[in-house]
Design a binder for this molecule. Structure first.
Ligand SMILES: [Zn+2]
Length: 123
């Protein structure tokens, strides 16, 4: 993954002013006391840049929603982590051995043996 920009205090203030202290996700004002997360509008993983133009302040909660919830408002750009998790689940599912088949073949190899020519004979 691309290296992420470390925002300076001045850059953060600039971004907050640019966005009029408003969260892009919920459109609610951001208070000074709020936990702020700096979000790439277009995720780096999807080809977004690490430039200030591509970074917006979000409430921490809104950022979590955008990142994890597949049906959040920013659904087309978000849910990268959701997709990654889904892919991992699918891979796990595919690699998981079928219990029934596994047991059968173990029983099979105990009772029979396969000869080099492919024939099977009882032990
Ligand atoms: Zn918000």
């Amino acid at each position: 993954m691309q290296k992420r920009r470390k925002l300076t205090k001045g850059q953060k203030t600039d971004l907050l002013i640019r966005e009029r202290w408003t969260c892009k996700e919920c459109k609610q004002p951001i208070q000074r006391a709020d936990l702020i997360e700096w979000d790439h509008t277009l995720a780096l993983a999807r080809g977004g840049t690490d430039e200030l133009e591509n970074i917006v302040p979000l409430h921490r909660q809104c950022h979590l929603l955008k990142t994890f919830h597949p049906r959040s408002r920013a659904t087309t750009l978000a849910s990268d982590l959701f997709e990654i998790a889904k892919t991992k689940r699918l891979i796990r599912k595919r690699e998981k051995p079928k219990v029934e088949g596994g047991l059968k073949s173990r029983g099979f190899s105990k009772r029979f043996k396969r000869k080099f020519n492919g024939e099977v004979e009882e032990r």
